[in-house]
Design a binder for this molecule. Structure first.
Ligand SMILES: Nc1nc2c(ncn2[C@@H]2O[C@H](COP(=O)(O)OP(=O)(O)OP(=O)(O)O)[C@@H](O)[C@H]2O)c(=O)[nH]1
Ligand SMILES: [Mg+2]
Length: 306
């Protein structure tokens, strides 16, 4: 019998923190949502979607995994990006286990070496998910990648899979649990995340902006929930401010005849209503705030920690 089977059959409850680390767009937030089974973090096909640490709690009969989703590792340009990278370092320090998420369908670049070095420097036990393997028609392309990573670090496990499709994700979860310490649950079973509803609503709006705009807008957009009014038990009124840096960007977000803003609002409202379990009225305002990415007080207000 393997040590793992023994641990499971002994009935020991395991619990701890697992950091999801990787390059932008690798699929960290998709994995978080998949494992938790609820949409907690914004996901988009644009890099640098996640801007702060997001906890997601998975509770099973034999343990509890507290996942820490982090921003994708990149070179900081603005104060915003410096804070995003601080969140990554902070997460690496505070967890029991690291899970490196690598887009297996993309060629290895300097960014991958940089992320790998961060994991090595952390000296934490680590798992490797070779994600997006659904995109590989020829699975044998994974072999050189597995080989390369095996030579670089003593992984507790290397799992090829797909966060999007769910392939091998139960196996990854079992590996996470197996490598956490024996401990009591850290969160109650019904707690799925540490994110307040007003932050989740703002993130949903930002996700819809990323979905409906092109390459330029994602980096220059931020969203803050400025008012939240629970009018009745089954009806909430929400005001969100969308920040951009220039008048021309405001025009793009609003769109011709305000069509784009309407679409963003409709899509966001649908998701927010699902989250709340009741109807809401969502009002969106677009504001121009030059250089918000370098303005400390705005970043504080956006919850993007120092
Ligand atoms: N085909 C495929 N696409 C995936 C998979 N996982 C994630 N994606 C897609 O990859 C894109 C990026 O996903 P995210 O989860 O936002 O990536 P992230 O690592 O959180 O990105 P940042 O927050 O920017 O660091 C989205 O379009 C996802 O749908 C996967 O297993 N297979
Ligand atoms: Mg993300």
């Amino acid at each position: 019998m393997s040590p793992k089977q023994k641990a499971n059959s002994s009935g020991a409850f395991r619990a701890g923190y697992v950091a999801l680390i990787g390059r932008p767009n690798a699929g960290k937030s998709t994995l978080l949502n998949r494992l938790v089974g609820e949409k907690i973090a914004a996901v988009s096909n644009k890099p640098q979607t996640t801007r702060f640490k997001i906890l997601g709690v998975v509770t099973r009969p034999d343990g509890q995994i507290v996942l820490v989703d982090t921003p994708g590792v990149h070179k900081p340009g603005y104060e915003l990006n410096r804070r995003m990278m601080a969140a990554v370092h902070d997460a690496l320090l505070g967890v029991d286990l690291v899970c490196l998420i690598r887009d297996a369908s993309a060629a290895t670049g300097n960014g991958d070496r940089f992320v790998l070095d961060l994991v090595k420097q952390s000296e934490k036990p680590a798992l490797l998910l070779l994600n997006k393997s659904d995109k590989l028609a020829d699975k044998s392309r994974l072999l050189p990648l597995i080989d390369w990573y095996q030579k670089e670090y003593k992984w507790k496990a290397v799992v090829p899979g797909s966060a999007l499709k769910g392939d091998q994700i139960e196996k990854l979860l079992a590996e996470m649990l197996a490598h956490l310490p024996e401990a009591e649950a850290l969160f109650s079973e019904d707690e799925l995340t540490d994110q307040p509803l007003r932050v989740m609503a703002a993130e949903i709006v930002r996700e819809k902006i990323l979905e409906t705009t092109g390459e330029e807008i994602p980096y220059v957009t931020a969203v803050i929930t400025e008012r939240w009014e629970d009018v009745r038990e089954d009806f909430t009124r929400i005001h969100c401010a969308i920040f951009v840096e220039r008048g021309s960007q405001k025009k793009i977000v609003i769109g011709h005849g305000a069509q784009r803003l309407k679409q963003i609002g409709m899509r966001a409202r649908r998701d927010i209503e699902r989250l709340l379990g009741h109807r809401c009225h969502l009002e969106l305002f677009v504001k121009v705030e030059e250089d918000w990415r370098d303005r400390e007080h705005l970043l504080d207000e956006m919850g993007i920690g120092r």
